[in-house]
Design a protein around this ligand. Structure first.
Ligand code: DAH
Length: 339
């Protein structure tokens, strides 16, 4: 067997081909399934144990050499071809790198997909809003601290115009032009006058949900949120609703999901509670329905609002919020596979 390998090594080392067909014939002769090298490989199990190592090494050498020679010959043909080919004037000068989708867009799209499957349609509204849609129609009392300069960016010359602080304003915009059944989700950017740090930014993204119809109950809300949490974070995910307060819902709640880092055991991420908060929700306050032209004696509704950054942090463990708006391609490229 060794002698046969040596012989083939000589042959392969000296092989030449005048054109692509000849080269293909050589490839078939040596490297194809039924080629000479594979035939030797098949015989390898008959080699006595004490020779296996030496024969194995030689056989590998032969295989590599054949592959190398064939690649090298192929390259010469390809180079010749290129030389002969006409110049392609439409070819771009530099390879164009494909971009990647931003992590916040990936997660926002995922949230939208889940709620679309549950029958929600998308509604959008302006980022530069008026006081009515952001606050008054959402049942914020005149002296509510969220209207305060500390949280809200007002337009100086027009104190009634501001950058929306939440997507709840889109609820109002939808209700004022339509009657139930209403089932929408509203993704969008919101602004708050906060000092920028690793966990706060002056703008971020929310997805709002609103469902108004006859006989809508808190049970419906809970069911939809459970479905969402399990689709987003996995079928084992548990949810927990804690009583809370929002001007526009009554009763109101905040929803936690079981920490998907420690599986609910307790870890630094969930501050050893086993739970992390992901959204606010509740039954739409009748005063909000009335302010927006919907008869609260006939209809009820639920609403919820979540931060896209927060969900993204949970899914991808991004520690510093500022990464989302710095456009550092090293960060963005990490999400290539998630597209
Ligand atoms: N607007 C709230 C916020 O920005 C989030 C929210 C809570 C929206 C409860 C809702 C809701 O629709 O029902 O913090």
């Amino acid at each position: 067997m060794l002698a046969k390998i040596e012989e083939l090594l000589q042959e392969v080392g000296a092989m030449t081909a005048a054109n692509a067909e000849e080269l293909e014939a050589l490839r078939i002769k040596y490297l194809s399934k039924k080629g000479a090298i594979n035939a030797l490989m098949a015989d390898f199990r008959n080699v006595p144990a004490e020779q296996k190592k030496e024969v194995g090494m030689k056989l590998n050498e032969l295989k590599n050499l054949a592959q190398e020679r064939i690649n090298a010959l192929k390259e010469t043909f390809e180079n010749q071809d290129n030389g002969a080919a006409e110049l392609d004037l439409t070819r771009t000068a530099y390879p164009i790198e494909l971009g990647t989708r931003h992590p916040l867009s990936i997660v926002r799209n995922e949230i939208i997909d889940i709620f679309s499957r549950l029958g929600f349609t998308i509604a959008e509204g302006p980022e530069v809003e008026d006081d009515w849609h952001v606050f008054s129609s959402m049942n914020f009392p005149e002296d509510h601290p969220a209207r305060d300069m500390q949280d809200t960016f007002f337009i100086e010359s027009h104190p009634d115009i501001l950058l929306r602080t939440h997507t709840s304003s889109v609820q109002s915009r939808v209700m004022e032009v339509s009657q139930p059944p209403i089932r929408v989700i509203c993704p969008g950017r919101v602004y708050r006058n906060e000092a920028i740090s690793y966990r706060a930014h002056c703008f971020f993204h929310q997805v709002e949900g609103l469902y108004v119809d006859k006989n809508v109950s808190f049970t419906d809300l809970k069911q939809v949120l459970l479905q969402f949490a399990q689709e987003m974070f996995g079928p084992e995910t548990k949810i927990r609703l804690r009583p809370s307060y929002f001007p526009f819902t009554e009763p109101s709640a905040e929803m936690d999901i079981s920490c998907d880092i420690c599986g609910g055991e307790g870890c630094p991420f969930c501050k050893y509670t086993g739970w992390v908060e992901i959204l606010g929700c509740g039954m739409v306050d009748p005063a909000v329905l009335e302010a927006n032209g919907i008869d609260s004696k006939i209809y009820t509704g639920y609403a919820f609002g979540m931060g896209v950054e927060r969900i993204t942090n949970l899914k991808y463990k991004v520690k510093d919020l500022r990464m989302f708006s710095e456009n550092d391609t090293r960060f963005l490229e990490e999400f290539e596979a998630a597209n």
